[in-house]
Design a protein. Structure first.
Length: 260
């Protein structure tokens, strides 16, 4: 075994966390600023997490795909030791939110941070441990943190890019059962580079490549960085329904012959 077998997999935890729970149309008057997020982080760190979370870089995002997002790098050594580094909290500054919605989004990401920082094993991105913490916080602090990915019509319209585009998508099955996806530039060399490197990672079980025309994939970063975005597998069924599977064979990318 060579060291090439160990790669960084950047776990972009992908969190829409669209609030979908209010019965009244709330007064929307909060556009996130860096200072506000930092102060909220410090406030809730003290209130909820006993000041146990070191402050991490905070970035404003104008992404079309999420309200909040925690990113970090996870490195697994050949001996199975896991390290987490480069935590970053991103909050969308494009969507006008009620203060409670913005705060719920920040706390939602802080729960992800708490779980990763303390290396708590969970069943999935929003698994048993996440829900347990979220429910306890909602109850104790009268919050309305959710894991729903449905937004209000207005929020979705503010964010979503709905035009169907052609994408090359890698569906990466991890050995721990998770499913990751990656949108790769439509250039043969870059597809091959991604496929070869990620296939060799000790964390990876299989990599499948697809050519697909669907707006679902617009929300994911398009690059050949050796990372994945974790998704729930059932979210891919409809977007991949008419995709054509590609295979890498003898140095070429070609269509899988069997008809779908
Ligand atoms: Zn989340």
């Amino acid at each position: 075994m060579s060291k090439k077998l160990t790669i960084y997999v950047q776990n972009v935890i992908y969190c829409c966390n669209f609030a979908n729970h209010f019965l009244f149309w709330p007064i929307r008057n909060m556009i996130a600023t860096e200072q506000y997020i930092r102060e909220a982080f410090e406030y809730y760190n003290k209130l909820i997490f006993s000041n146990s979370l070191p402050l991490i870089p905070i970035k404003l995002s104008r992404a079309k795909s999420f309200l909040g997002q925690l990113t970090y790098k996870r490195k697994v050594s050949l001996f199975g030791k896991t390290q987490y580094t480069d935590f970053c909290l991103r909050i969308n500054c494009k969507v006008d939110l009620a203060k409670d919605e913005l705060d719920d989004t920040i706390i939602h990401e802080m729960i992800h941070y708490y779980i990763a920082y303390n290396k708590i094993a969970d069943t999935s991105t929003h698994g048993v441990q996440f829900r347990r913490l979220m429910n306890a916080i909602n109850k104790k602090y009268s919050r309305h943190i959710t894991i729903t990915h449905h937004g209000t019509q207005e929020q979705n319209d503010q964010l979503r890019d709905k035009k169907a585009k052609w994408h090359v998508v890698a569906v990466v099955k991890m050995k721990d059962g998770k499913t990751g996806i990656k949108v790769i530039p439509r250039v043969v060399e870059r597809i091959v580079y991604y496929y070869n490197n990620v296939s060799r990672s000790p964390e990876v079980d299989s990599v499948r490549l697809y050519l697909v025309l669907h707006p679902y994939f617009n929300q994911f970063p398009n690059s050949d960085k050796l990372n994945v975005v974790y998704v729930e597998p059932d979210k891919l069924v409809e977007p991949l329904a008419n995709a054509r599977q590609l295979i890498y064979k003898d140095g070429h990318i070609q269509y899988l012959k069997s008809a779908q």
